[in-house]
Ligand binder design. Structure first.
Ligand SMILES: Cc1cc2nc3c(=O)[nH]c(=O)nc-3n(C[C@H](O)[C@H](O)[C@H](O)COP(=O)(O)O)c2cc1C
Length: 223
């Protein structure tokens, strides 16, 4: 099985979403998955021109020649796509939005389906998981992001793992303080790697861990 993890924080490897997502990736690898890890900030991509050439004139191929060509290639033949990105203004950092817009060539099959052609849509061919962190306490902060991701990934959307008050994890620069979280994400990756799912029990454990009172207590205990 093959997974692609896309990291969307401008802080790259020094971000909470990288620390959590890379532990999830480790769990998948320990279940013998081939895992490709892509830090968006390492790759130059220009914004979408909105020309629709990738749908109409050269289906599946963007007119712009930049880092997105490599990114698109890395999305081919995957079983799982994970986006690990922080919440920025109830959505994603600008680079992730540019990446989403530049996914247009991958959506040519959705466009063809919409136009009545009997093709399999791109989002029918893999599963998608969202990992995100935010600064404020309430999970409701993620509502807009979750709705967007569900719309974008459609049938591929398989769930989310969301950490409010995650700025504390961003600041764990040597990755030694929030071991409970790193272990949880590792175990979640292992579980997904062996069952293609996250169990109700795992989700329940995580909900308890990330409740406002539990988070406040945990952060206080690490100071
Ligand atoms: C430009 C910007 C916008 C942000 N918007 C929100 C927001 O809408 N809600 C929130 O709770 N936190 C917000 N945050 C806080 C980040 O989501 C939080 O610090 C996150 O844990 C950073 O993750 P990272 O270390 O993976 O980059 C914002 C931070 C920045 C810099």
């Amino acid at each position: 099985m093959k997974a692609l993890i896309v990291y969307g924080s401008p802080h790259g490897k020094m971000s909470a979403t990288y620390r959590l997502g890379s532990n999830f990736a480790k769990g998948l690898k320990d279940q013998d998955w081939a895992v490709d890890e892509l830090i968006l900030d390492d790759i130059e991509i220009k914004h979408c021109l909105g020309c629709y050439v990738c749908w109409r004139k050269t289906p599946g191929v963007c007119v712009q020649k930049d880092g997105m060509e490599e990114i698109i290639q890395r999305h081919k033949d995957i079983d799982l796509l994970v986006l690990a990105a922080p919440l920025y203004f109830y959505s994603v950092p600008g680079k992730v939005k540019v990446y989403w817009d530049r996914n247009m060539p991958l959506y040519v099959s959705e466009f063809q389906k919409f136009s009545g052609q009997a093709v399999k849509g791109w989002t029918d061919s893999f599963k998608f998981l969202l990992i995100s962190t935010c600064g404020f306490p309430l999970k409701e902060n993620f509502d807009g992001l979750v709705i967007s991701a569900k719309k974008i990934y459609g049938p591929a959307y398989a769930g989310e793992i969301l950490v409010p008050m995650g700025t504390a994890i961003s600041q764990d620069t040597d990755g030694t303080k929030y071991t409970e979280f790193y272990e949880f994400f590792y175990k979640a990756g292992k579980e997904y790697g062996s069952t293609n799912n996250l169990s109700g029990e795992t989700k329940k454990t995580f909900d308890l861990m990330t409740g406002t009172d539990s988070m406040r207590e945990l952060i206080k205990s690490k100071q």
